[in-house]
Design a protein around this ligand. Sequence first.
Ligand code: FES
Length: 106
Amino acid sequence: MDKQWVKIAKVVDIDSATPYLAELNGRAIALYRTHNVVYATDDTCSHAEASLCDGEYFEYTVTCPRHGGQFDIRTGVAVKMPAVSPIAVFPTLVEDGNVYLSPNDM
Ligand code: FES
Protein backbone atom coordinates (compact mmCIF):
# COMPACT_ATOMS: atom_id res chain seq x y z
CA MET A 1 0.00 0.00 0.00
CA ASP A 2 1.33 3.43 -0.92
CA LYS A 3 2.03 5.82 1.90
CA GLN A 4 -0.64 8.50 2.27
CA TRP A 5 0.39 12.14 2.96
CA VAL A 6 -1.80 14.89 4.36
CA LYS A 7 -1.03 18.61 4.03
CA ILE A 8 -0.92 20.18 7.49
CA ALA A 9 0.89 23.51 7.12
CA LYS A 10 2.80 25.89 4.90
CA VAL A 11 6.53 26.15 5.47
CA VAL A 12 6.33 29.96 5.66
CA ASP A 13 3.92 29.72 8.60
CA ILE A 14 6.49 27.95 10.77
CA ASP A 15 8.32 30.44 12.96
CA SER A 16 12.02 29.90 13.60
CA ALA A 17 11.66 30.16 17.40
CA THR A 18 8.10 29.24 18.33
CA PRO A 19 6.80 25.79 17.32
CA TYR A 20 3.80 25.77 15.00
CA LEU A 21 0.76 23.90 16.27
CA ALA A 22 -0.77 21.58 13.68
CA GLU A 23 -3.16 18.70 13.98
CA LEU A 24 -3.62 15.37 12.29
CA ASN A 25 -6.41 12.93 13.10
CA GLY A 26 -7.08 14.72 16.38
CA ARG A 27 -3.44 14.55 17.49
CA ALA A 28 -1.65 17.83 18.28
CA ILE A 29 1.65 18.09 16.40
CA ALA A 30 4.46 20.62 16.86
CA LEU A 31 6.33 21.73 13.74
CA TYR A 32 9.78 23.30 13.68
CA ARG A 33 11.99 24.74 10.96
CA THR A 34 15.72 24.60 11.53
CA HIS A 35 18.20 25.30 8.70
CA ASN A 36 15.27 24.96 6.27
CA VAL A 37 14.42 21.43 7.35
CA VAL A 38 10.98 20.85 8.87
CA TYR A 39 10.72 18.57 11.91
CA ALA A 40 7.57 17.27 13.58
CA THR A 41 7.03 15.98 17.12
CA ASP A 42 4.11 15.38 19.42
CA ASP A 43 2.99 18.69 20.90
CA THR A 44 2.36 17.22 24.34
CA CYS A 45 5.29 17.17 26.75
CA SER A 46 5.98 13.71 28.16
CA HIS A 47 6.49 15.12 31.67
CA ALA A 48 3.19 16.76 32.61
CA GLU A 49 1.35 17.32 29.34
CA ALA A 50 2.11 20.97 28.64
CA SER A 51 1.89 22.12 25.03
CA LEU A 52 5.38 22.44 23.58
CA CYS A 53 3.96 24.97 21.11
CA ASP A 54 3.59 27.33 24.08
CA GLY A 55 7.36 27.11 24.48
CA GLU A 56 10.29 27.99 22.26
CA TYR A 57 12.98 26.19 20.34
CA PHE A 58 16.49 26.98 19.28
CA GLU A 59 18.29 24.94 16.63
CA TYR A 60 17.35 21.34 17.50
CA THR A 61 16.17 21.81 21.08
CA VAL A 62 12.64 22.65 22.22
CA THR A 63 12.07 23.89 25.76
CA CYS A 64 8.85 23.03 27.55
CA PRO A 65 7.15 26.16 28.91
CA ARG A 66 5.95 24.52 32.13
CA HIS A 67 9.06 23.15 33.86
CA GLY A 68 11.86 23.80 31.40
CA GLY A 69 12.39 20.22 30.25
CA GLN A 70 14.01 19.94 26.83
CA PHE A 71 13.81 17.57 23.87
CA ASP A 72 15.80 17.02 20.70
CA ILE A 73 13.32 17.69 17.89
CA ARG A 74 15.13 15.30 15.55
CA THR A 75 14.90 12.26 17.80
CA GLY A 76 12.36 13.15 20.50
CA VAL A 77 14.89 12.24 23.17
CA ALA A 78 14.57 14.14 26.46
CA VAL A 79 17.81 16.07 26.98
CA LYS A 80 17.04 18.09 30.12
CA MET A 81 15.25 17.30 33.36
CA PRO A 82 12.58 17.08 34.53
CA ALA A 83 11.66 15.52 31.18
CA VAL A 84 12.98 11.97 30.98
CA SER A 85 10.67 10.09 28.60
CA PRO A 86 10.95 10.74 24.86
CA ILE A 87 8.25 12.32 22.72
CA ALA A 88 7.20 10.87 19.36
CA VAL A 89 8.74 12.27 16.19
CA PHE A 90 7.24 12.00 12.71
CA PRO A 91 8.72 12.06 9.21
CA THR A 92 7.78 15.14 7.20
CA LEU A 93 7.45 15.68 3.48
CA VAL A 94 7.93 19.18 2.09
CA GLU A 95 6.73 19.90 -1.42
CA ASP A 96 5.94 23.20 -3.15
CA GLY A 97 6.17 25.08 0.16
CA ASN A 98 3.72 22.78 1.93
CA VAL A 99 4.33 20.41 4.82
CA TYR A 100 2.83 16.94 4.80
CA LEU A 101 2.59 14.25 7.46
CA SER A 102 1.52 10.69 6.95
CA PRO A 103 -1.29 9.17 9.04
CA ASN A 104 0.56 5.89 8.48
CA ASP A 105 3.22 7.17 10.91
CA MET A 106 0.80 8.11 13.69
S1 FES B 1 5.37 19.62 31.58
FE1 FES B 1 7.07 19.74 30.26
S2 FES B 1 8.80 19.70 31.59
FE2 FES B 1 7.08 19.50 32.88
